[in-house]
Design a protein around this ligand. Structure first.
Ligand SMILES: Nc1nc2c(ncn2[C@@H]2O[C@H](COP(=O)(O)OP(=O)(O)OP(=O)(O)O)[C@@H](O)[C@H]2O)c(=O)[nH]1
Ligand SMILES: [Mg+2]
Length: 439
């Protein structure tokens, strides 16, 4: 056997997994099963296969091994003779819990948790320099302290779910070296973040409103941006296919321009380190003018996926942005059944049903987008004295759509579409404050 590459057999074994879920007072057995269904999809995306599922009902976690010793023995017995290389828990485990579980299960089996698996997929899918730095940082902070001897060995062999990625060799390095590397990556990220801010400011100065397409992973976000703008983004039936945000300009039938951004998908229990490492990417969603929340209407879990998306948006500080709920994948029979499509006559104003794949419902989407874009806004003409030029910056900073700026002797004349609050605050410069011209 080649010493530096794992054999196909070794890799197959390393990817064959037992999934473990624990039902507590907070999580019912049905929820645990759904969690394991999602873990199966994550494992599939990472290139592994499920050998068996093991669940336990427990009021409190065993602090040493989460599950009880009888269950650990049951897993060890299942691993024996079945060429199982991985045991994956659908929750976060501490480094010592991983060590204890690996010791108790034996058979050279590696124990991973849900976050390590998600980080592994991010490592596989990272393309841009920024994406790679973000993933490596999250891996160094989360995965590295959890890797035991088995992990390092598979990583050296050139494979092994949970040990891949830009930080692969760093994961084995000593602690001091790792701390230095973490600081260096944080510095790099800071610089990338400031570049991103500059780009964002340039975009903001164009006055074109920005909309972010957000939603659960695999909802069809990239497919929609591709359909609307020929962006050519990779869209596939894998979780977290997109890590880097892509922005394209789009012109609505009314002639209004819009900057549309495809973003990284959300998932339940998104690892905390990943959220902080991807903060600047996720800010693309937080700093836009409106949100297109994409939902896979054919997924039986779409309601809980929407809840998860909304709570993550809240966490990112984007909870109160104007939102359009876009139920996608409506060409699928499951969606038609669940939402009684077609013929659904009552739709709330901010909800549309579409198929990014076939294009059905896109007209409704564009009309709804237009309505949202103009909701509560009016076109105003401000004359700002030259000595108060800072007010123009305020208009830019607060997201006014600026249509023209003329510098004259009497001051700066600005025509802009603004919301009522901003218009009220700039009343003294407003040439026509009492008349509300509906835009
Ligand atoms: N039938 C059907 N399939 C769709 C539709 N929209 C997207 N898909 C499929 O769903 C899968 C996921 O689509 P993506 O566009 O990659 O989804 P995403 O939300 O960008 O996913 P991530 O980037 O992984 O978070 C792909 O296989 C698409 O072809 C749709 O309207 N109908
Ligand atoms: Mg995508």
């Amino acid at each position: 056997m080649n010493e530096t590459k794992a054999s196909a057999k070794q890799l197959e074994m390393a990817g064959r997994a037992i999934l473990v879920g624990v039902s507590t007072r907070e999580e019912s057995p049905e929820e645990v099963e759904k969690g394991l269904d999602e873990l199966t999809r994550l494992l599939d995306t990472a290139g592994g296969t499920v050998f068996a599922r093991v669940t336990q009902n427990k009021d409190t976690f065993d602090p040493r091994t989460i599950i009880g010793s009888g269950k650990v023995k049951e897993i060890a017995d299942l691993c024996e003779g079945n060429e199982v290389g991985l045991v994956i828990f659908d929750m976060e485990l501490s480094p010592s819990q991983i060590r204890n579980l690996e010791d108790d299960i034996g058979h050279d089996v590696r124990v991973l948790d849900r976050s390590m698996l998600i980080l592994d997929i991010f490592a596989l899918h990272a393309v841009s320099a920024e994406g790679k730095v973000q993933v490596e940082l999250a891996q160094l902070k989360y995965t590295a302290p959890r890797l035991t001897g088995h992990g390092a060995e598979m990583s050296r062999l050139g494979g092994g779910i949970g040990t891949r990625g830009p930080g692969e060799s760093q994961l084995e390095s000593d602690r001091r070296h790792m701390q230095r590397r973490i600081r260096a990556l944080e510095e790099q990220l800071k610089e990338m973040d400031s570049n991103r801010r500059t780009m964002r400011q340039t975009r903001d100065r164009s006055g074109i409103p920005r909309a972010a397409i957000v939603g659960y992973t695999n909802a069809g976000k990239s497919t929609l941006l591709n359909r609307l703008t020929d962006a050519g983004i990779l869209a596939e039936n894998k979780l977290f296919a997109t890590l880097d945000p892509t922005t394209r300009q789009f012109t609505l039938p009314s002639g209004d321009k819009l900057l549309l951004t495809d973003t990284v998908g959300f998932i339940r229990k998104l690892p905390h380190h990943l959220v902080s490492a991807f903060r600047s990417t996720l800010d693309e969603a937080a700093l836009c003018d409106l949100l297109l929340i994409l939902i896979d209407a054919s997924d039986p879990e779409c309601r809980s996926q929407l809840e998860c998306t909304e709570s993550l948006l809240e966490e990112l500080g984007a909870g109160d942005k104007p939102k359009l709920y876009v139920f996608n994948q409506c060409d699928k029979p499951e969606a038609k059944e669940m939402f009684a499509l077609p013929g659904k006559s009552v739709q709330s104003e901010n909800t549309v049903f579409i198929s990014a794949k076939t294009g059905e419902g896109l007209d409704d989407l564009l009309v709804a987008l237009q309505r949202l874009l103009h909701a509560g806004k009016t076109r105003a003409t401000f004359v700002i004295p030259n000595a108060r030029a800072g007010v123009l910056n305020q208009l830019y900073a607060e997201g006014a759509a600026i249509e023209s700026v003329d510098y004259g002797a009497e001051g700066i004349t600005v025509i802009a579409v603004v919301d009522d609050k901003l218009r009220g605050r700039l009343r003294e410069y407003d040439t026509c404050p009492p008349i509300r011209e509906e835009y």
